[in-house]
Design a protein around this ligand. Sequence first.
Ligand code: FMN
Length: 362
Amino acid sequence: MSSARARLLFTPITLRAVEVRNRLWAPPMCQYSALAQDGMPTDWHLVHLGALARGGAGAVIAEATAVVPEGRISPQDLGLWNDAQREAFRPIVDFIHGQGAAAGIQLAHAGRKASTYRPFGESATGTVPEADGGWRPVAPSPVAFEGLATPDELDAAGIEAVVTAFAASARRAVDAGFDLLEVHAAHGYLLHEFLSPLSNRRTDRYGGPLENRARLLLEVIDAVRAEIGEEVPLLVRFSATDWVEHGWTLAETEIVAGWAAAHGADMFDISSGGNALARIPTGPGYQVPFAAAVRAATGTPVAAVGMIDHAAQAEQVLVTGQADVVLAGRQMLRDPNFAINAARELGVGTALVPGAYERAYV
Ligand SMILES: Cc1cc2nc3c(=O)[nH]c(=O)nc-3n(C[C@H](O)[C@H](O)[C@H](O)COP(=O)(O)O)c2cc1C
């Protein structure tokens, strides 16, 4: 459109060999909808992720996808620990690509927060017992998250197996066609549990000083990077703070993010919380300052997330240099066409509208 204006939100961004059409992306959002409890994506995932791509998101990052069965948050989580799962992802990735979006996937291990009832459609909450299809969660230390089962402590072989599983899942993700990968090191799941002194009480080389608590994450990044080569961008999602005293801090996030960049991470997706029950002062853009701080400390691109629900607000996060990408989660669930509508609102035009829908936008 001749009247279209240039807006940073709708300017492409290039990470390694991948150019993404805009900077308004869909963050990973668990659907708890692998109903056969086999980690396999279904029609729900095709329609859910496909709608976000059709709605104009630059990249659509598929939900936390477990690298091993015991790394699922709930029995209904997605997985990428076998080749059948890889094949089931392939048509979803193809559809996302057909809509002009990049396809991302978050690789995850839920650690001590694994084997919980999904948050809807169940009569129970908390840890799923083995008798009801659950399993024994593993973690850096036998320290329970409040209200959940006490996990088993991972031994050295168990830690090595986690690293190997992340790399194998990354290989499957790339083979399925995903353009970018995200390692989940946030929200109180396994890699965050190693980082945080609240959940890591180890005395071996994976516990104690920051270098030791960060060791597993850096080993995962190294193994994933070695597996996927130099072209595929790798994001890491951090919780910038545990929001409690004596927990993981923004200062530590900045340091470890710097190390992660040196090990081959290309962008940090900055969230917060999840490793302890905490009072979190939420509000519009409440995590943006954390993203800005990590960006300033590391000189590495960051994605901001958390209650960025409006087009002008998202644009402002970028033009003020606080982040390079904005992720809009719940807003895209409310309005899967949020990116199309944001582009129109910012005067960028209707180029994101699929041809079949153009008559709705004349
Ligand atoms: C339904 C739902 C599922 C989510 N699942 C994940 C997930 O799989 N991995 C993750 O890192 N964050 C997950 N999140 C957090 C979102 O990625 C995002 O960080 C959070 O919703 C805040 O952004 P928003 O205010 O734009 O929604 C989930 C959020 C929602 C609402």
